[in-house]
Ligand binder design. Structure first.
Ligand code: MN
Ligand code: MN
Length: 469
């Protein structure tokens, strides 16, 4: 006996079913999500910079039998190879059973995140306090970076060419750093400014010391606090001030990834744009043995500042890798690209009820509803986006349904509210079908971004399904 009304029946048949996936999936799926995210959270704590992420990927790749790609070597189906691009970007591939002429399946994410970079001459002293000058990287709301514990990560190349990797402020007992802010009692003028202007780029100075070098009592030397810091760095790491010139040092939030909510259904952490997609791309390719098509997981750098430079997606490094793979099978790269497909794995802004006015609810993505298909990004009338084809979105939609993966659609906010972009267009420009797929994120680009564990796991399943069997 069917006690559904005709209206209800028709609704189920004709209208999209939307709703909290955590209510519809089985308990096993929720358990699998929580388990999967334990390792994801450990990764977030280990990989707070692009260099640390590449180190993580290469370690995992080697452990799973991947070897450095050598274009003079032949690779039979099932071969696992990787390219480490300058320790800042990486690509892993598994050679497919089919000829590479039939195209490759790419999942591409980025591993750089907004942060504060040190300037080339960062060290200064003012009124008995020592600071580092910074130049912020990527789109930040500057006020969010004040009064927050920060850790210093990065690499320094000394004059003799030796390499020093620093990671200070992550372990208990290690020093941490911060940008100071003004007390509310004296902030009348600051608070009257717009949020964009309340804190300026040049105000993002990092507090690094307050005790002067203890010189002889009759000393007239100035800048002894700065000297004391440099002396500490010299004694501990053999550094001199000029070494900052040949360095990439980044200040990132010092806190660890945390379970969010009484139900622990979410994760709060730094840098989840786009490590929440990079990590599933990696776990998926590590899991896939002997795929039909050659599969490629890309971890790109520099997305947050336009994908420029040798490690960004506008660089030729990925197309050169594919060209070399094509040559090994006596074919041309353009033939490979023409038959290839790509998921541009990047995050989407989740609908936030507190800031609902910038979202159009019917086309926004929500936490716990699974991976987000974003057909186009861009701004002001779809400018600067690749806009995936109906055909390719159709393919992906069918694949996700077949694989029982929760999915939804998303758009980057209301039409005239702003906008942005991803690496999708750079891969699409190679004559590849590309669509953006990622996890929804609350507080995107803040030092502490929030995702749902179920969505992270769905991203892993989506990458796995796309790579095929
Ligand atoms: Mn992103
Ligand atoms: Mn971003």
């Amino acid at each position: 006996m069917n006690n559904k009304s005709k209206g209800k029946e028709l609704k189920e048949k004709l209208l999209m079913q939307r709703g909290n996936g955590a209510a519809s999936v089985s308990g096993d799926v929720l358990k699998a999500s929580d388990d999967y995210c334990q390792a994801y959270m450990r990764f977030l704590d280990q990989g707070k910079t692009e260099r640390e992420c590449v180190r993580y990927a290469v370690t995992q790749a080697k452990r799973s039998g991947f070897v450095p790609f050598d274009p003079d070597h032949a690779y039979p189906p099932g071969s696992k190879i990787y390219v480490n691009n300058r320790d800042k970007a990486a690509a892993l591939a598994v050679v497919g059973k089919k000829s590479i002429r039939e195209g490759i399946r790419i999942v591409a994410a980025h591993i750089d995140s907004p942060r504060l970079d040190l300037k080339p001459c960062p060290l200064f002293e003012k009124n008995d306090l020592a600071f580092f000058k910074t130049h912020y990287y990527g789109g930040i709301k500057k006020y969010q970076w004040t009064a927050l514990p920060l850790a210093l990560h990065g690499r320094i190349i000394k004059k003799d060419g030796s390499v020093l990797d620093l990671r200070i402020g992550e372990e208990a007992g290690e020093p941490q750093f911060c940008v100071t802010d003004l007390l509310p009692h004296l902030a009348g003028e600051q608070m009257a400014k717009t949020m964009a202007k309340g804190i300026r780029g040049e105000d993002l100075n990092i507090l690094i010391g307050s005790r002067p070098f203890r010189d002889e009592p009759e000393s007239q030397e100035s800048d002894l606090v700065k000297l004391n810091i440099m002396n500490w760095l010299y004694e501990k790491h053999n550094l001199v001030e000029a070494d900052f010139v040949s360095a990439e040092l980044e200040l990132v939030p010092a806190f660890k990834a945390a379970h969010i909510g009484f139900d622990q259904s979410m994760i709060g952490a730094y840098g989840q744009d786009d490590r929440v997609c990079a990590y599933p791309a990696l776990t998926a390719i590590l899991e896939r043995e002997a795929p039909e098509h050659t599969i490629l997981a890309v971890w790109a750098d520099k997305e947050e500042i336009g994908s420029n430079g040798s490690t960004g997606m506008q660089s030729a490094w990925i197309s050169q890798m594919v060209e070399q793979l094509a040559e090994l099978e006596q074919t041309r790269a353009h033939r490979v690209w023409a038959n290839s497909r790509c998921l541009s794995a990047d995050v989407s802004p989740a609908f936030d009820p507190t800031y609902h006015s910038v979202f159009e609810p019917g086309n926004s993505c929500f936490l716990n509803r699974g991976v987000v298909i974003t057909k186009y990004t861009g701004s002001a009338g779809k400018s600067n986006t690749s806009d995936a084809s109906a055909e390719f979105v159709g393919e992906i939609r069918a694949l996700l349904d077949q694989s029982e993966i929760l999915w939804q659609t998303g758009e980057l906010g209301k039409v005239d509210a702003g906008g942005g972009g991803t690496i999708a267009k750079f891969i699409a420009n190679l004559n590849v079908d590309v669509v953006d797929i990622g996890a929804p994120v609350l507080s995107m680009h803040a030092p502490f971004e929030v995702v749902s564990k179920l969505d992270v796991y769905m991203m892993h399943k989506a990458a796995l399904a796309f790579f095929g069997s």
